[in-house]
Design a protein around this ligand. Structure first.
Ligand SMILES: NC(=O)c1ccc[n+]([C@@H]2O[C@H](COP(=O)([O-])OP(=O)(O)OC[C@H]3O[C@@H](n4cnc5c(N)ncnc54)[C@H](O)[C@@H]3O)[C@@H](O)[C@H]2O)c1
Length: 312
Protein backbone atom coordinates (compact mmCIF):
# COMPACT_ATOMS: atom_id res chain seq x y z
CA UNK A 1 0.00 0.00 0.00
CA UNK A 2 1.32 3.50 -0.82
CA UNK A 3 2.52 5.47 2.20
CA UNK A 4 0.30 8.42 3.15
CA UNK A 5 1.61 11.98 3.16
CA UNK A 6 1.67 11.95 6.97
CA UNK A 7 3.80 8.75 7.02
CA UNK A 8 6.52 9.97 4.69
CA UNK A 9 7.13 13.36 6.29
CA UNK A 10 6.26 12.46 9.92
CA UNK A 11 9.93 12.02 10.81
CA UNK A 12 10.89 15.43 9.45
CA UNK A 13 11.15 18.01 12.23
CA UNK A 14 14.27 19.95 11.27
CA UNK A 15 15.20 20.96 7.75
CA UNK A 16 18.65 22.30 6.89
CA UNK A 17 18.87 24.81 4.05
CA UNK A 18 22.33 25.44 2.60
CA UNK A 19 22.68 28.94 1.16
CA UNK A 20 20.82 32.05 2.24
CA UNK A 21 20.63 33.78 -1.14
CA UNK A 22 17.43 34.61 -3.00
CA UNK A 23 16.37 30.95 -3.12
CA UNK A 24 17.70 29.62 0.19
CA UNK A 25 16.06 32.45 2.14
CA UNK A 26 12.75 31.94 0.34
CA UNK A 27 12.80 28.18 0.91
CA UNK A 28 13.69 28.66 4.60
CA UNK A 29 10.85 31.14 5.02
CA UNK A 30 8.23 28.81 3.54
CA UNK A 31 9.50 25.86 5.60
CA UNK A 32 9.28 27.91 8.82
CA UNK A 33 5.80 29.11 7.80
CA UNK A 34 4.86 25.44 7.39
CA UNK A 35 5.88 24.70 10.99
CA UNK A 36 9.37 23.24 10.47
CA UNK A 37 12.45 24.10 12.49
CA UNK A 38 14.91 25.41 9.95
CA UNK A 39 18.68 25.73 10.11
CA UNK A 40 20.07 28.00 7.41
CA UNK A 41 23.76 27.69 6.69
CA UNK A 42 25.84 30.13 4.65
CA UNK A 43 29.59 30.72 4.53
CA UNK A 44 29.61 34.23 6.05
CA UNK A 45 27.52 36.15 8.59
CA UNK A 46 26.89 38.97 6.11
CA UNK A 47 25.12 36.58 3.70
CA UNK A 48 23.00 35.20 6.54
CA UNK A 49 22.12 38.73 7.65
CA UNK A 50 21.00 39.66 4.14
CA UNK A 51 18.90 36.49 3.89
CA UNK A 52 17.28 37.10 7.29
CA UNK A 53 16.46 40.70 6.37
CA UNK A 54 14.79 39.49 3.19
CA UNK A 55 12.67 37.04 5.19
CA UNK A 56 11.72 39.69 7.74
CA UNK A 57 10.66 42.10 4.97
CA UNK A 58 8.63 39.42 3.25
CA UNK A 59 6.87 38.45 6.51
CA UNK A 60 6.19 42.11 7.35
CA UNK A 61 4.46 42.47 3.99
CA UNK A 62 2.28 39.45 4.84
CA UNK A 63 1.39 41.04 8.20
CA UNK A 64 0.51 44.30 6.46
CA UNK A 65 -1.75 42.43 4.04
CA UNK A 66 -3.40 40.61 6.95
CA UNK A 67 -2.28 37.18 5.69
CA UNK A 68 -0.49 36.43 8.97
CA UNK A 69 -0.58 38.05 12.42
CA UNK A 70 2.30 39.71 14.21
CA UNK A 71 2.54 36.75 16.59
CA UNK A 72 2.60 34.36 13.58
CA UNK A 73 5.57 36.36 12.28
CA UNK A 74 7.37 36.04 15.62
CA UNK A 75 6.66 32.31 15.69
CA UNK A 76 8.01 31.84 12.16
CA UNK A 77 11.19 33.78 12.94
CA UNK A 78 11.70 31.79 16.15
CA UNK A 79 11.80 28.58 14.09
CA UNK A 80 14.69 29.91 11.98
CA UNK A 81 18.28 29.39 13.13
CA UNK A 82 21.16 30.86 11.14
CA UNK A 83 24.68 29.48 11.22
CA UNK A 84 28.02 29.49 9.45
CA UNK A 85 28.94 26.11 10.99
CA UNK A 86 28.70 23.26 8.52
CA UNK A 87 28.53 20.69 11.37
CA UNK A 88 24.94 21.83 12.06
CA UNK A 89 23.82 19.77 9.06
CA UNK A 90 23.99 16.81 11.48
CA UNK A 91 20.66 18.02 12.92
CA UNK A 92 18.77 17.92 9.62
CA UNK A 93 16.12 15.28 8.93
CA UNK A 94 15.92 16.68 5.40
CA UNK A 95 18.51 18.86 3.65
CA UNK A 96 17.95 21.33 0.82
CA UNK A 97 21.04 22.60 -0.96
CA UNK A 98 20.60 26.07 -2.50
CA UNK A 99 24.19 27.29 -2.81
CA UNK A 100 25.77 29.13 -5.74
CA UNK A 101 25.13 27.49 -9.15
CA UNK A 102 28.67 26.18 -9.62
CA UNK A 103 29.31 22.47 -10.14
CA UNK A 104 32.60 22.37 -8.23
CA UNK A 105 31.16 24.23 -5.22
CA UNK A 106 28.09 21.98 -5.16
CA UNK A 107 30.14 18.79 -5.55
CA UNK A 108 32.25 19.75 -2.55
CA UNK A 109 29.10 20.52 -0.53
CA UNK A 110 27.67 17.09 -1.44
CA UNK A 111 30.86 15.31 -0.38
CA UNK A 112 30.80 17.11 2.97
CA UNK A 113 27.09 16.43 3.40
CA UNK A 114 27.63 12.75 2.78
CA UNK A 115 30.12 12.51 5.62
CA UNK A 116 28.12 14.57 8.13
CA UNK A 117 24.38 14.32 7.47
CA UNK A 118 22.23 11.69 9.20
CA UNK A 119 22.27 8.49 7.15
CA UNK A 120 18.47 8.60 6.80
CA UNK A 121 18.35 12.27 5.71
CA UNK A 122 17.25 13.07 2.16
CA UNK A 123 19.58 15.47 0.36
CA UNK A 124 17.77 17.63 -2.17
CA UNK A 125 19.35 20.10 -4.58
CA UNK A 126 17.64 23.22 -5.89
CA UNK A 127 19.95 23.42 -8.92
CA UNK A 128 18.38 24.89 -12.07
CA UNK A 129 20.79 23.56 -14.64
CA UNK A 130 23.33 21.14 -13.19
CA UNK A 131 23.05 17.36 -13.27
CA UNK A 132 21.45 15.99 -10.10
CA UNK A 133 22.99 12.62 -10.98
CA UNK A 134 26.49 14.10 -10.95
CA UNK A 135 25.87 15.49 -7.46
CA UNK A 136 24.37 12.18 -6.27
CA UNK A 137 27.54 10.41 -7.44
CA UNK A 138 29.59 12.56 -5.03
CA UNK A 139 27.89 10.66 -2.22
CA UNK A 140 27.59 7.04 -1.16
CA UNK A 141 23.83 7.48 -0.80
CA UNK A 142 22.61 8.07 -4.33
CA UNK A 143 19.20 6.68 -3.40
CA UNK A 144 18.75 9.57 -0.95
CA UNK A 145 19.57 12.32 -3.45
CA UNK A 146 16.86 14.13 -5.39
CA UNK A 147 16.22 17.41 -7.20
CA UNK A 148 13.80 19.86 -5.57
CA UNK A 149 13.59 22.78 -7.94
CA UNK A 150 11.75 25.80 -6.54
CA UNK A 151 10.87 28.99 -8.42
CA UNK A 152 11.65 32.59 -7.59
CA UNK A 153 10.22 34.19 -5.46
CA UNK A 154 9.70 30.99 -3.47
CA UNK A 155 6.95 32.28 -1.13
CA UNK A 156 4.84 33.23 -4.18
CA UNK A 157 5.54 30.59 -6.83
CA UNK A 158 3.54 27.37 -6.46
CA UNK A 159 5.61 25.06 -8.65
CA UNK A 160 8.26 22.60 -7.46
CA UNK A 161 9.89 20.18 -9.89
CA UNK A 162 10.81 16.99 -8.07
CA UNK A 163 13.64 15.51 -10.09
CA UNK A 164 14.48 11.83 -10.18
CA UNK A 165 17.87 10.50 -11.11
CA UNK A 166 18.41 6.86 -12.04
CA UNK A 167 19.55 6.34 -8.42
CA UNK A 168 16.76 8.14 -6.50
CA UNK A 169 14.73 5.68 -4.44
CA UNK A 170 10.94 5.75 -4.56
CA UNK A 171 10.89 6.54 -0.83
CA UNK A 172 13.13 9.58 -1.34
CA UNK A 173 11.02 10.77 -4.25
CA UNK A 174 7.78 10.37 -2.29
CA UNK A 175 9.15 12.10 0.83
CA UNK A 176 10.32 15.06 -1.26
CA UNK A 177 7.00 15.22 -3.08
CA UNK A 178 5.09 15.17 0.22
CA UNK A 179 7.34 17.80 1.79
CA UNK A 180 6.66 20.08 -1.20
CA UNK A 181 2.93 19.57 -0.58
CA UNK A 182 3.34 20.29 3.13
CA UNK A 183 4.97 23.57 2.06
CA UNK A 184 1.82 24.43 0.11
CA UNK A 185 3.47 23.83 -3.27
CA UNK A 186 2.34 21.93 -6.37
CA UNK A 187 4.98 19.32 -7.20
CA UNK A 188 5.51 17.87 -10.66
CA UNK A 189 7.76 14.95 -11.55
CA UNK A 190 10.71 15.47 -13.88
CA UNK A 191 13.59 13.34 -15.09
CA UNK A 192 17.17 14.49 -14.59
CA UNK A 193 17.72 15.96 -18.04
CA UNK A 194 19.05 19.49 -18.73
CA UNK A 195 16.51 22.18 -17.81
CA UNK A 196 14.10 19.60 -16.37
CA UNK A 197 10.62 20.57 -17.66
CA UNK A 198 10.16 24.29 -17.13
CA UNK A 199 13.52 25.58 -18.34
CA UNK A 200 13.55 23.12 -21.23
CA UNK A 201 10.45 24.88 -22.55
CA UNK A 202 10.91 28.50 -21.45
CA UNK A 203 14.54 28.97 -22.51
CA UNK A 204 13.99 28.17 -26.23
CA UNK A 205 10.87 30.37 -26.11
CA UNK A 206 12.87 33.31 -24.77
CA UNK A 207 15.70 32.59 -27.21
CA UNK A 208 13.18 32.70 -30.04
CA UNK A 209 12.08 36.15 -28.82
CA UNK A 210 15.70 37.28 -29.26
CA UNK A 211 15.69 35.91 -32.82
CA UNK A 212 12.43 37.75 -33.51
CA UNK A 213 14.10 41.06 -32.61
CA UNK A 214 17.36 40.12 -34.34
CA UNK A 215 15.61 39.28 -37.59
CA UNK A 216 13.49 42.42 -37.39
CA UNK A 217 10.18 40.58 -37.35
CA UNK A 218 8.61 43.24 -35.21
CA UNK A 219 9.25 46.02 -32.75
CA UNK A 220 10.11 45.25 -29.11
CA UNK A 221 6.73 46.46 -27.82
CA UNK A 222 4.88 44.54 -30.53
CA UNK A 223 6.67 41.25 -29.79
CA UNK A 224 5.69 41.63 -26.13
CA UNK A 225 2.14 42.66 -27.06
CA UNK A 226 1.79 39.64 -29.36
CA UNK A 227 2.42 37.19 -26.55
CA UNK A 228 0.46 39.12 -23.92
CA UNK A 229 -2.66 39.70 -25.97
CA UNK A 230 -2.45 36.73 -28.33
CA UNK A 231 -1.02 34.19 -25.90
CA UNK A 232 -2.64 35.47 -22.70
CA UNK A 233 0.79 35.68 -21.07
CA UNK A 234 0.94 37.99 -18.02
CA UNK A 235 4.14 39.55 -19.37
CA UNK A 236 5.84 39.67 -22.78
CA UNK A 237 8.99 37.56 -23.46
CA UNK A 238 11.30 40.59 -23.72
CA UNK A 239 9.93 42.04 -20.48
CA UNK A 240 10.43 38.61 -18.92
CA UNK A 241 14.02 38.51 -20.19
CA UNK A 242 14.69 41.87 -18.56
CA UNK A 243 13.31 40.46 -15.31
CA UNK A 244 15.26 37.20 -15.44
CA UNK A 245 18.51 38.83 -16.62
CA UNK A 246 19.89 38.51 -20.15
CA UNK A 247 23.12 37.00 -18.74
CA UNK A 248 21.14 34.34 -16.86
CA UNK A 249 19.25 33.44 -20.05
CA UNK A 250 22.50 33.25 -22.06
CA UNK A 251 24.10 30.95 -19.51
CA UNK A 252 21.04 28.67 -19.40
CA UNK A 253 20.73 28.57 -23.19
CA UNK A 254 24.44 27.77 -23.59
CA UNK A 255 24.02 24.91 -21.12
CA UNK A 256 21.13 23.39 -23.09
CA UNK A 257 23.05 23.84 -26.34
CA UNK A 258 26.17 22.20 -24.91
CA UNK A 259 24.32 19.35 -23.18
CA UNK A 260 22.06 18.39 -26.09
CA UNK A 261 24.33 19.49 -28.95
CA UNK A 262 21.14 20.38 -30.79
CA UNK A 263 21.17 23.55 -32.97
CA UNK A 264 17.64 24.37 -31.85
CA UNK A 265 19.17 25.60 -28.57
CA UNK A 266 21.81 27.84 -30.22
CA UNK A 267 21.78 31.19 -28.39
CA UNK A 268 20.82 34.09 -30.64
CA UNK A 269 23.88 36.33 -31.31
CA UNK A 270 21.83 39.31 -30.09
CA UNK A 271 21.77 37.74 -26.60
CA UNK A 272 25.57 37.56 -26.46
CA UNK A 273 25.90 41.04 -27.96
CA UNK A 274 23.55 42.64 -25.44
CA UNK A 275 25.27 40.90 -22.52
CA UNK A 276 28.66 42.17 -23.74
CA UNK A 277 27.23 45.67 -24.01
CA UNK A 278 26.01 45.43 -20.41
CA UNK A 279 22.32 45.38 -21.29
CA UNK A 280 21.48 42.77 -18.63
CA UNK A 281 17.92 43.80 -17.81
CA UNK A 282 16.19 45.38 -14.85
CA UNK A 283 19.05 44.77 -12.42
CA UNK A 284 21.14 47.37 -14.30
CA UNK A 285 18.09 49.36 -15.39
CA UNK A 286 18.64 48.59 -19.06
CA UNK A 287 17.87 45.61 -21.23
CA UNK A 288 15.24 45.53 -23.95
CA UNK A 289 13.77 48.50 -22.10
CA UNK A 290 15.40 51.49 -20.43
CA UNK A 291 14.13 51.53 -16.83
CA UNK A 292 15.54 54.95 -16.01
CA UNK A 293 12.72 56.30 -18.14
CA UNK A 294 9.25 56.27 -16.60
CA UNK A 295 7.46 54.50 -18.18
CA UNK A 296 10.30 52.32 -19.55
CA UNK A 297 11.08 52.79 -23.26
CA UNK A 298 12.60 50.26 -25.71
CA UNK A 299 16.36 50.42 -26.17
CA UNK A 300 16.44 48.68 -29.54
CA UNK A 301 16.59 51.19 -32.35
CA UNK A 302 15.70 50.36 -35.93
CA UNK A 303 18.34 52.20 -37.93
CA UNK A 304 16.91 50.92 -41.16
CA UNK A 305 20.07 48.88 -41.76
CA UNK A 306 20.45 46.79 -38.65
CA UNK A 307 18.72 46.76 -35.34
CA UNK A 308 20.98 48.21 -32.72
CA UNK A 309 20.82 49.09 -29.08
CA UNK A 310 21.59 52.40 -27.45
CA UNK A 311 20.19 55.89 -27.33
CA UNK A 312 21.99 57.44 -30.27
N1 LIG B 1 17.51 32.69 -8.64
C1 LIG B 1 16.61 31.95 -9.27
O1 LIG B 1 15.71 32.44 -9.94
C2 LIG B 1 16.65 30.45 -9.10
C3 LIG B 1 15.50 29.71 -9.37
C4 LIG B 1 15.51 28.31 -9.18
C5 LIG B 1 16.68 27.71 -8.72
N2 LIG B 1 17.80 28.45 -8.49
C6 LIG B 1 18.99 27.75 -8.00
O2 LIG B 1 19.10 27.95 -6.59
C7 LIG B 1 20.47 27.96 -6.20
C8 LIG B 1 20.79 29.24 -5.47
O3 LIG B 1 20.48 30.32 -6.30
P1 LIG B 1 20.32 31.81 -5.72
O4 LIG B 1 19.69 32.59 -6.83
O5 LIG B 1 19.69 31.79 -4.37
O6 LIG B 1 21.85 32.20 -5.61
P2 LIG B 1 22.51 33.34 -4.72
O7 LIG B 1 23.80 33.65 -5.36
O8 LIG B 1 21.51 34.42 -4.44
O9 LIG B 1 22.80 32.60 -3.32
C9 LIG B 1 23.70 31.54 -3.15
C10 LIG B 1 24.18 31.56 -1.72
O10 LIG B 1 24.93 30.37 -1.47
C11 LIG B 1 25.97 30.71 -0.60
N3 LIG B 1 26.99 29.67 -0.61
C12 LIG B 1 28.01 29.45 -1.47
N4 LIG B 1 28.71 28.37 -1.09
C13 LIG B 1 28.12 27.88 0.03
C14 LIG B 1 28.38 26.77 0.89
N5 LIG B 1 29.39 25.96 0.66
N6 LIG B 1 27.54 26.57 1.95
C15 LIG B 1 26.50 27.40 2.16
N7 LIG B 1 26.22 28.47 1.40
C16 LIG B 1 27.02 28.70 0.34
C17 LIG B 1 26.44 32.07 -1.10
O11 LIG B 1 27.19 32.75 -0.10
C18 LIG B 1 25.10 32.74 -1.39
O12 LIG B 1 24.59 33.43 -0.25
C19 LIG B 1 21.27 27.76 -7.49
O13 LIG B 1 21.55 26.39 -7.66
C20 LIG B 1 20.30 28.23 -8.58
O14 LIG B 1 20.53 27.61 -9.83
C21 LIG B 1 17.81 29.80 -8.65
Amino acid sequence: MAASLADTVAGIKTVVVLGSGAMGAGIAQVLAQSGYSVIVRDTEERFLKKGKEGIEDSLSRLVKKGTISLSDKDGILSRLKLTTEFEKVKNGDFIIEAVTEDLEIKKEVFRQLDSLAKPEAVIATNTSSLSVTELALCTKRGGKVVGMHFFNPVPVMKLVEVVRTGLTSQETFQTTWDLAKKMGKEPIEAQDTPGFIFNRLIIPYLNEAFWAVYEGIGKVEDIDKAMKLGGNMPIGPLQLLDLVGLDVQLHACETLYREFGDPKFRPCPLNRFMVRMGYLGRKVKKGFYDYVADPPVPTIIDTGVKYRIGSH
